[in-house]
Design a protein around this ligand. Structure first.
Ligand code: A2P
Length: 290
């Protein structure tokens, strides 16, 4: 359904779309190793990202941009099955019935009849309802309305609560992870449970880590950018990054990382940038959204 208002193109050019390696989740779902982080992005950026070759879009009820993603997908001319859509239940909607209602709002906003990946956005421990949300997600998956289910911002303790109470292991745990907050322990814990780690704010929100001499020197050695070094670090250290960019050239460059070889010493040097501090202090054990 191409009501494409972009001048000069009836549908997106696929001529330069790169091949992105994929990873298989514990439920059989196959996902691209790099997805597009959609926070604070809108319809035109989504079309730019589709044109650059992104096929996994990491959205959330809480980002308020599902409708724009839905419009971009409709305008793109791509088939539904060519795009993977992640969305997340609003943290304030944790609970069984409230999750089912929130999911219906997501479907309507996205203009979809199913979602590929549905995640708990925050455990919101003060409300004590994340297991109820998980049960709702298990039901949505059983109904075929969601293909794959997972969580975000879950600690080792919260993961075990979910698994012990339902027997269902999340396919994904999406966590804050970048060289300033490498989150190595949770990444390893996820792997030990067969859970794929996705990294949010993988570039440290475009902050000082990209200007640090450590990343600048490694990048210069390989003739790439610091952002490409950081994205490759994620992949080589067992997590799938979800970089955001509103800049078409950077969008493309951020997918062009799979040929980059980094040595163990370089990976360790990047990990030396870890401060152990979250960018915005969003500790899942104390963060509660209404
Ligand atoms: P821009 O939209 O101008 O490209 P994160 O994904 O960690 O949240 O970081 C997103 C931020 O990083 C955005 O501000 C984005 O700015 C910036 N960014 C994205 N890709 C690159 C890149 N390749 N080089 C430098 N900055 C980047």
């Amino acid at each position: 359904m191409a009501t494409n208002e972009r001048p000069g193109s009836a549908s997106l050019s696929r001529a330069r779309v790169p091949k992105i390696p994929s990873v298989t989740l514990n439920d059989g779902m196959v996902v691209p190793a790099i997805g597009y982080g959609t926070w604070a992005m809108g319809e035109e950026q989504f079309l730019d990202a589709l044109e650059a070759g992104y096929r996994l879009f990491d959205s959330a009820r809480g980002y308020g941009n599902e409708a724009e993603l839905g419009r971009a997908m409709a305008r793109s001319g791509l088939l539904r099955e060519e795009i993977l859509v992640t969305t997340k239940v609003a943290p304030g909607a944790n609970g069984y019935e409230s999750t089912l209602e929130d999911f219906n709002d997501s479907l309507a906003a996205l203009r979809l009849d199913y979602v590929d990946i549905y995640l708990i956005h925050w455990p919101n421990p003060a409300t004590g309802r994340f297991v109820d949300t998980w049960r709702a997600m298990i039901e949505l998956r059983a109904q075929g309305l969601v293909k794959s289910i997972g969580v975000c911002n879950f600690t080792a303790t919260y993961l075990r609560v979910l698994i012990d109470q339902t027997g269902v292991v999340p396919a994904i745990n999406q966590i804050e992870r970048h060289p300033r907050f490498a989150n190595l322990a949770q990444t390893a814990d996820n792997a030990s449970l067969g859970i794929v780690t996705q990294s949010w704010s993988p570039l440290g929100a475009g902050g000082d880590v990209l200007k640090d001499p450590v990343s600048v020197v490694i990048a210069a050695r390989h003739g790439v950018t610091p952002a490409q070094v950081v994205l490759r670090w994620h992949l080589l250290r067992g997590s799938l990054p979800l970089p955001r960019s509103a800049n078409p050239a950077r969008l493309r460059a951020n997918l062009d990382v799979f040929g980059l070889e980094l040595s163990e010493e370089e990976l360790v040097a990047i990990e030396s940038l870890d401060t152990g501090r979250r960018l915005q202090g969003q500790d899942p054990e104390t963060t509660n959204y209404s």
